[in-house]
Design a protein around this ligand. Structure first.
Ligand SMILES: Nc1ncnc2c1ncn2[C@@H]1O[C@H](COP(=O)(O)OP(=O)(O)O)[C@@H](O)[C@H]1O
Ligand SMILES: [Mg+2]
Length: 423
């Protein structure tokens, strides 16, 4: 088998600039000046004046990989691990700082919303533009055009500029184009998570189909471990810009799931790291009990509160908080949202709490994804996967004796009302 992708010693460095003045107290400056008048004075004076400092940051470091033609590779890892950066390097959207990438054949990629399509052009024009970028002839594009339109389900909007599309429509069309252009290498970031459940299922099916046609290499980033396990034989686990593990999917997923299980029940995002767009950002999140105390784990027979604080920065939208609860393997237990008709668009901070009733979640570990979005047209302002990880444990001392004598199977174990009559 020949190699499809060869990555030698890849690194990607970003320069991040930030304002530091506010973090330095006057007392620190004075003490430092007294201790070492010449060395520190200039430096600290710069900081206190709020001069912008540059800091180097390696989003990827020392990446070496060889992927064979026809391999379907999963890429997993926490937020910020470098997954999207790796895909951008492979798609040649941004150059690596060090190292070398060799790709054989045509590459099609489906990256974060906002890349790939030209916003001013219509859906129809973008299909042709994308095909041309992939090196296809007009005839080849025309041959696939109907399949693409059919798969995307955006037929009515073909002659509308894509900037008017909702994020869901955008992703559907972008996926349809990437999957139908028969590339040698297909690169898919976790954008699929934006679409509705039915489309996700359909696109995973399509990926599976593409992967079975001969010689297609696929790189697939997802938080959904079930999808990774279904599609990919081998998986890469990225951690802080490095490859922590690469090998058999079962083993890599197992390692990762065990690891995220130990993440906390409280999170805070610092000023420069708040997830979100120009409309709404996320400040903090925690798991609480009925008295609103933060808890290290939840008890199955008590109410569980998933609380978060977000800030609306701009008028004109109706941001609705919603939460998705997943099992550690990425299976969605449920999602829930605030009521749509509450007017929640006011600029300022909001604290929201979703109450999970007692005796609903089974003994186990759960991962909460926090989202704030405006519906119609759908715009996702912020989406934080793995925002919180929490365990639910059986309160052995106080629970009603369970004749099952072992863990009740299932993601949920509701105490439902039964009626049985003899007749
Ligand atoms: N254009 C950029 N400038 C500065 N930092 C960036 C840029 N793009 C990504 N990063 C940073 O690089 C790290 C890796 O990001 P990314 O590849 O998007 O991670 P992932 O997709 O795994 O969540 C993050 O810390 C992110 O903040
Ligand atoms: Mg990413």
């Amino acid at each position: 088998m020949t190699n499809s992708i060869e990555i030698k010693n890849i690194g990607k460095k970003y320069n991040i600039t930030h304002q530091r003045g506010s973090y330095v107290s006057l007392r620190d400056v004075i003490t430092n000046i007294l201790k070492n008048p010449f060395k520190h004075a200039k430096h600290k004076a710069k900081q206190i004046l709020g001069k912008i400092e540059n800091e180097e940051f390696w989003a990827l470091k020392d990446i070496n990989l060889t992927i064979k033609k026809g391999e379907i590779i999963g890429i997993i890892g926490a937020n910020g691990a470098g997954k999207s950066t790796l895909l951008k390097l492979l798609s040649r959207i941004t150059p690596p700082t060090t190292g070398e990438i060799k790709l054989s054949g045509r590459v099609a990629s489906l990256l974060e919303v906002g890349t790939g399509f030209h916003p001013e052009l219509t859906g129809r024009e973008n299909i042709f533009l994308n095909g041309a970028i992939l090196g296809m002839t007009k005839k080849e594009i025309v041959e696939r055009f109907d399949d693409i339109v059919e798969f995307s389900g955006v037929k009515q909007f073909l002659d509308t500029p894509v900037k008017r599309y909702s994020s869901g429509m955008y992703v559907r069309l972008a996926f349809a184009v990437a999957a139908h252009m028969e590339p040698d290498i297909l690169i898919v970031d976790e954008v699929l998570a934006v679409g509705d459940a039915e489309f996700q299922k359909k696109s995973l099916g399509k990926l599976d189909e593409v992967s079975k046609s001969e010689g297609r290499t696929i790189l697939f980033v997802s938080h959904n471990m079930a999808a990774i396990q279904k599609l990919c034989k081998k998986t890469i686990l990225l951690e802080k810009g490095r490859i922590e593990m690469f090998g058999d999917t079962e083993k890599v997923v197992d390692h990762y799931v065990t690891k995220i299980g130990s993440r906390g029940t409280e999170m805070r995002w610092e000023k420069n790291e708040t997830p979100g767009d120009d409309v709404a950002i996320l400040h903090s999140a925690r798991i609480i009990n009925e008295n609103r105390d933060k808890i290290p784990f939840a008890t199955a027979n008590q109410k569980i509160g998933v609380e978060f604080v977000y800030e609306v920065l701009k008028d004109g939208y109706i941001p609705i908080p919603n939460i998705h609860i997943f099992t550690p393997t990425g299976e969605r237990a449920f999602m829930s949202h605030e009521e749509y008709d509450k007017k929640l668009g006011a600029v300022g901070k909001h604290r929201t709490t979703m109450w999970i009733p007692e005796n609903l979640l089974n003994d186990g570990t759960y991962v909460a994804q926090i989202v704030v979005s405006t519906m119609k047209p759908l715009r996702i302002h912020l989406s934080q996967q793995e925002a919180l990880v929490f365990s639910v444990v059986e309160d052995i001392m106080n629970s009603q004796k369970n004749d099952f004598n072992q863990k009740v199977p299932g993601v949920v174990r509701p105490r439902l009302k039964w009626e049985t009559v003899q007749f």
